[in-house]
Design a protein around this ligand. Structure first.
Ligand code: KIV
Ligand code: NA
Length: 266
């Protein structure tokens, strides 16, 4: 299948075709999501709280995301692979962002990078775009700033906050962003931002009127016990995996596995 590229994102928006994005952190899951037709795979810094045992995304390192991105990129043939730039790897300057993003493309095989923030990171978006690196923006609740934002809270409530979000979105678009993730903002605010932008918005907890939707795959698949309110459990993969492992344990213990058909003759 043809690789999803940046011009397909704008085409999808013009055609009113919803874009789909899931996180992926390793090859086996990425291969499954790619075959299922997911347009974009995000190697998110949510690997920190979903896979690596951290409480937040803050401790995630560039090296960790390079390894994860490499395994995802090698397993896909259609999806656009987007690598997050982790906390501390892009905020200080456009040059810092460029150095990190180059690693994601050269060492890991990403097709685009994503990082958090509005006007404050527009210079980063502009430099990377000029250097041939597609950038996805990320506005609203931005987990890397949770220490400033006072925890996991809805952003953009009230007229002034909504206006600031719009200006941030326009600044990212003007700087060259190819798409913008909107996280945990009121649905009407996300709809208004989607309306004024020519590049697609991809929502998570941002209502149905975005140009696409993204979910953390473990929430989407029902991998853990809990999924956030804005997510839906499209499967019960955690239970399926538990049952498979429990069957393995009981069949080994009972002697039902392995049998002659799983064994080699001398
Ligand atoms: O890291 C992540 O999973 C994300 C999505 C929530 C957009 O940034
Ligand atoms: Na992220």
């Amino acid at each position: 299948p043809r690789r999803v590229r940046v011009h397909h994102l704008r085409e999808a928006k013009s055609a009113g075709r919803q874009l789909t994005m899931l996180t992926a952190y390793d090859g086996p899951t990425a291969r499954i999501f790619d075959a299922a037709g997911v347009d974009m795979l995000l190697v998110g810094d949510s690997i920190g709280d979903n896979m690596l045992g951290h409480a937040t995304t803050i401790p995630v390192t560039v090296d960790e995301l390079v390894v994860a991105t490499r395994s995802v990129a090698r397993a896909t043939s259609r999806a656009m692979v987007v690598a997050d730039l982790p906390f501390g790897s892009y905020e200080a300057s456009p040059a810092q962002a460029h150095a990190t993003a180059v690693r994601m493309l050269k060492e890991a095989g990403a097709h685009a990078v994503k990082f958090e923030g509005g006007r404050r990171v527009a210079p980063q978006v502009e430099l990377l775009t000029g250097a041939g690196i597609p950038v996805v923006g990320h506005l609203g609740f931005t987990p890397q700033s949770e220490n400033m934002l006072g925890g996991k809270r809805i952003q953009g409530r009230g007229h002034d906050a909504a206006e600031r979000l719009k200006e941030d979105a326009l600044a990212l678009q003007d700087a060259g962003a190819v798409a913008i993730v909107l996280e945990m903002i009121p649905a009407p605010v996300a709809a208004a931002i989607t309306e004024i932008l020519s590049v697609p918005t991809i929502g998570i907890g941002a209502g149905p009127q975005c140009d696409g939707q993204v979910l953390v795959w473990t929430d989407m698949a029902g991998m853990g016990d809990w999924s956030p309110r804005f997510s839906r459990r499209f499967g019960e993969v955690g239970k399926a995996l538990h049952d498979a492992a429990a069957s393995f344990v009981s069949e080994v213990q009972s002697g039902a596995f392995p049998t002659a058909e799983h064994s080699y003759d001398s």
